[in-house]
Design a protein around this ligand. Structure first.
Ligand SMILES: Nc1ncnc2c1ncn2[C@@H]1O[C@H](COP(=O)(O)OP(=O)(O)OP(=O)(O)O)[C@@H](O)[C@H]1O
Length: 255
């Protein structure tokens, strides 16, 4: 197995708060990592450090053995670490097609390509192929702000995928979508990203989604990783049940 990401003694403090408190972890290529933890546990801080949105207070991050500590988001994207956000970052007045086309332009040019036409025939064809892969081609000409949350999520992830990520970090890919949509969204996303050989790390509060899609779970509590295991083991862990899932573990009542 090849390690894609390694964190060594990673710390991040905000004043007196230790948002990351000695994180040591290795992630291998092809894993689907589910990150769980209560509000404020340090999940986003970890994602922000890996994707260059936050510099660690101390410690090191390696991507394929390259030291990436202190990279900014653009550096991280260029080497293949991309992300999607809990609230999709779309151009709300553009269509689905426009949004993906702009993302493709940025991926190819490194910046917003105002000075040349975006929609060459070849780009338009690729754009439609990607929309089809994410099963949102039928919304091609719909204005983004009128799309359902599920379609917005898919579009946002499709936009992140055009940077050819090696690792994609998804922040709550199913938050705000209907219960009926959540599995189909994850099916589409995981299938599409696996076709591109992308290693996936997703932050999620929905334990059904974690059980079904994660190959490995990292449970955060108070800036620390309190469990690192297969989903069935992580979700059965007493500390995880107490501090993450919020269940009180009672002793069985006799009789
Ligand atoms: N920019 C910041 N300034 C000050 N404190 C911060 C900042 N970002 C995060 N924190 C604090 O760091 C801790 C971890 O926050 P973080 O956002 O990483 O948690 P989380 O697990 O992602 O929570 P949520 O599920 O609510 O998104 C919390 O105590 C939070 O208040």
């Amino acid at each position: 197995m090849t390690a894609i990401l390694r964190a060594e003694s990673l710390y991040k403090s905000f004043g007196a708060v230790n948002a990351a408190d000695n994180i040591n972890i290795t992630i291998d290529e092809g894993e689907v990592i589910g990150v769980i933890g209560a509000n404020g546990a340090g999940k986003t801080t970890f994602v922000n450090m890996v994707t260059g949105y936050l510099a660690p207070t101390s410690g090191k991050l390696f991507f394929y053995d390259r030291d990436i500590t202190g990279f900014n988001p653009k550096d991280a994207t260029e080497i293949g670490i991309c992300r999607s956000f809990q609230i999709p970052q779309l151009f709300s007045s553009g269509t689905t097609f426009d949004n993906l086309m702009i993302a493709m332009g940025i991926a190819e040019e490194g910046t917003m390509p105002f000075w040349k036409p975006l929609a060459t025939d070849e780009r338009a064809k690729r754009c439609e192929e990607i929309l089809a892969r994410y099963e949102i081609l039928e919304y091609r000409d719909q204005i983004a702000q009128t799309l359902s949350q599920g379609v917005r999520k898919l579009l946002d992830i499709a936009m992140a995928s055009v940077h050819n990520p090696k690792m994609l970090m998804l922040d709550e890919p199913t938050s705000g979508v209907t219960a009926a949509e959540k599995f189909s969204i994850m099916d589409i996303v995981v299938t599409a990203l696996k076709q591109q050989d992308v290693t996936i790390l997703f932050v999620e509060h929905d334990m059904e989604i974690i059980s079904r899609y994660a190959t490995r779970v990292l449970a955060f509590y108070d800036g620390r990783i309190i469990a690192d295991a297969k989903p069935e083991d992580a979700l059965a862990d007493e500390q995880v049940r107490q501090f993450v899932i919020g269940e009180t573990v009672h002793a069985p009542v006799a009789g």
